[in-house]
Write a protein that binds this ligand. Structure first.
Ligand code: ADP
Ligand code: ZN
Ligand code: ZN
Length: 742
């Protein structure tokens, strides 16, 4: 028998090794093994077996042995890793590596253990006690045996309490076989000492009952349970549905994975799961130490816990009998990994569910168009939860036309008079306000500075804004490659006043301090929050009412529950709309919906004010009516027309290097190699400078591939990327199902 092994050496190759007969019984797909590779010892994983090899028998080396420090990977996870390598055009080694936390892969971290002393033979111990009960010199030995008999296995510390105890009596007992020692794995405590009161399932609402019935039916179909999109407004009780679905999975003897965006992995969420499932639960958040991560992985791998909750990478929790995967907030862009393998956790979850016959639930208040499209084409089921559990009215949403906002020289018009008045009124009434700022991307757009015009330079063929390059003084479209010289005056109104970017949170905070003098203001964004403690600290002050106005980015859009917040202001809805990205509208819709969900969670009805220069923009109108279906119909129509995802698939190819001419030359050569695979259904763009033209001194170029069936191209890409020579200093990678083009 021959084993195909991937090693930690970064090569996209499987190496063949002979399996020595004595290892055969212990070897599985996923086993961690030692091999000799070019005269040095390496660690690797078996990812397949075969009868044949393209090498001749005499040339094959045998496996050296099983790895001593490493755990094996469940075989079906290995299969998932191989699929990821193929689908995401990355090396197998990269994909396999993703399956294991670094703490486990390194082989350096060991389980924390403690020595436990116990009595192997009760009768012998009792006989010893009976014989020596009266003998003074044996008093300590007798006391030790008595304690172990009554208490069971104990660590050394708890034997110390015996008066005058020194180790030698214990050693004597061990020597005579009256006491034995066992090593027990100790879990590094990840919950701290916080006590959590047990919680009970709540009687389901009619919406919840319907969703749960569908999930039961899915679980009943054990061979292919399928995927459910759970589209439920904020507070409709989705989390309660997850909790009850998991309980059912446990009852069926299986395990469950719950993925949440990292930002949602707050103590409140964790507490809710802990209250229901206690020690059955493993929480995998980014703050775990290596040792803790190692322990949790092993607890999952050995079946000591049956539920894993965590961000993206928890998807690879090594359960061996998975029954359910939940992806909460499935539309979140943080499910995309930005380094290889550039996977989308939601999509890999669906694949893992398929490979392991586990049900998959994708939950969101604003589902991704990808998932909605899968519902409409019959691949996913859909359940809706349209009502809030407490049946609160949706917030009142008003659009403020920023073009009517008078521009006074030397004064910012960031805050419109209606917004200022509304904020002041709420603050005076002792209520709280959230001001939401759509963070601008790195790309710079050309916008006319004339408030009556608002012209925005965009590509006529792709309906995305042009990206402005200061270096070259050009406007370019990264989707089709068109480049034009930057306008010197506005082509619509002739104004020479041209602007290139938006406002940052810091500037907004400073301006707000001027406008709302006297109000207590705090800012929350990824620049001002250096740690999870910072984040908790600001939220806590806000909760206690020590802050009147909270200003922030995406970070404050989600999941927070503050009953005293009655007003949410969206300062610049437009900046998101004009990102050079065909998903810009979708993101803005999601954000407005989510931000709106923060208003009026208490007794008073909430109000949302949206400032925009595009009050007639369809996305903003749909969002202001909380009309998901209307938005989705429009947007899917647009995607269909333009052949964008989810109707087609999109792969972005990035080329980068310090020498721009070489990057371009290689990029052009690369695209030429793809030419034979291009046909009517596949569109290949020209090579253009990426919107972020240089990162860390490297020039970046971008080309996109779009089409409904890209399987063959994917194979060609893998060969070109991984196995063809490249000029030194030039890199290439594919971003399959790219979520943004930057
Ligand atoms: P979502 O995840 O959709 O935002 P949650 O599951 O968090 O909704 O539920 C919102 C609130 O309603 C929570 O405080 C939760 O405890 C409560 N809740 C959920 N389901 C029920 C129910 N069936 N009966 C009573 N309260 C419920
Ligand atoms: Zn274009
Ligand atoms: Zn203009």
């Amino acid at each position: 028998m021959i084993a195909k092994v991937v090693t930690e050496v970064a090569l996209d190759r499987e190496f063949d090794y002979l399996v020595p007969p004595e290892l055969e019984p212990d070897l599985r797909i996923g086993s961690a093994v030692q091999v000799m590779f070019r005269n040095s010892r390496r660690e690797g994983y078996v990812i397949d077996f075969s009868e044949t090899s393209s090498y001749r028998r005499g040339e094959l080396k045998p496996l050296t042995g099983l790895s001593t420090g490493r755990a094996s990977i469940p075989p079906r996870l290995v299969e998932l890793g191989r699929w990821m390598a193929r689908y995401y055009c990355c090396s197998r080694e990269q994909a396999i590596r993703t399956l294991l936390p670094a703490a486990v892969r390194s082989g350096k971290i060991r389980a924390k253990t403690r020595r436990l002393f116990f009595i192997p033979d009760t009768a012998a111990a009792e006989a010893f006690i009976a014989e020596n009960n009266e003998r003074k010199p044996a008093a300590i030995r007798v006391a030790v045996l008595r304690l172990l008999l009554s208490e069971g296995a104990r660590p050394l510390e708890s034997l110390r309490s015996i008066a005058g105890f020194t180790p030698s009596p214990l050693q004597t007992l061990i020597k005579h076989g009256l006491v034995a020692v066992n090593e027990e794995m100790v879990r590094r405590d990840t919950f701290g000492s916080a006590e959590v009161l047990p919680g009970r399932p709540l009687p389901p609402t009619p919406d919840q009952a319907r969703a749960l019935a569908t999930i039961s039916a899915m679980l009943e179909n054990e061979s292919s349970p399928g995927v459910l999109l759970l589209h439920g407004v904020t507070n409709s009780g989705k989390t309660e549905v997850y909790l009850q679905a998991i309980a059912e999975v446990l009852k069926r003897g299986k395990s469950a994975i719950v993925l949440v965006p990292e930002i949602a992995l707050t103590p409140q969420t964790v507490r809710r799961f802990r209250a229901r499932f206690g020690d059955e639960l493993s929480v995998l958040h980014s703050r775990l130490s290596d040792g803790e991560r190692f322990d949790e992985w092993n607890r999952i791998n050995t079946g000591a816990v049956r539920i894993a909750v965590g961000a993206r990478s928890a998807l690879f929790a090594p359960f061996r009998n998975l029954g359910l995967i939940i992806v909460d907030e499935e539309h979140e862009s943080s499910y995309k990994q930005s380094e290889a393998p550039r996977y989308v956790a939601r999509d890999v979850a669906v694949m893992r569910g398929k490979l392991e016959s586990a049900a998959v639930i994708l939950g969101s208040a604003t589902p991704s168009l990808e998932s909605l499209y899968n519902v409409r084409t019959g691949r996913f089921r859909l359940e809706r939860m349209a009502a809030q559990v407490e049946d609160k009215p949706a917030p009142a949403i008003h659009i403020i036309d920023q073009r009517l906002n008078p521009q006074e020289p030397g004064r910012s018009n960031l805050f419109s008079p209606p917004l200022v008045a509304a904020v002041q009124e709420r603050v005076e009434a002792g209520e709280q306000v959230i001001l939401f700022l759509n963070k601008r991307g790195y790309a710079r757009m050309m916008i006319c500075g004339n408030p009556d015009c608002g012209f925005e330079a965009g590509c006529p063929d792709c309906s995305v804004p042009y990206t402005y390059s200061r270096l070259r003084s050009t406007l370019s479209c990264h989707l089709c490659g068109r480049v034009i010289p930057a306008y010197e005056t506005c082509p619509q109104c002739g104004s020479p006043e041209i602007r290139y970017s938006g406002s940052g949170t810091e500037k907004v905070e400073n301006l707000a301090r001027g406008v709302f003098g006297g109000a207590r203001i705090a800012r929350m964004d990824s620049d001002s929050m250096r740690s999870a403690e910072d984040y908790e600290e600001v939220l806590d002050r806000f909760r206690r009412g020590a802050i009147d106005i909270l200003i922030g980015t995406q970070m404050i859009a989600k999941g927070l529950h503050f009953p005293n917040v009655t007003l949410v202001g969206i300062i610049n809805a437009d900046i998101g709309l004009s990102m050079p990205d065909f998903r810009a509208g979708e993101r803005v819709f999601q954000l407005i919906t989510q931000v709106a969900g923060r208003a009026g969670r208490g007794d008073r009805r909430g109000e949302v004010l949206i400032q925009t220069c595009k009050p007639l923009n369809e996305t903003i109108l749909h969002a202001s009516r909380l009309d998901f279906d209307g938005f989705a119909d429009d947007e899917l129509g647009f995607r269909e027309l333009m052949n964008y995802p989810p109707v087609s698939r999109l792969i972005a190819l990035y080329f980068r290097g310090e020498n721009e001419a070489e990057v371009v030359r290689y990029g052009e050569w690369f695209l030429k190699q793809l030419a034979p695979y291009i046909h009517d259904d596949v569109m290949l763009s020209a090579l253009t400078a990426a919107p972020i033209e240089r990162i860390k001194g490297k020039y970046r170029y971008l080309a996109t591939l779009r089409g409904r069936k890209l399987r063959i191209i994917r194979e060609a890409l893998r060969v070109l990327i991984l196995h063809r020579p490249r000029p030194k200093g030039v890199e290439v990678y594919a971003d399959v199902d790219a979520q943004s083009l930057m």
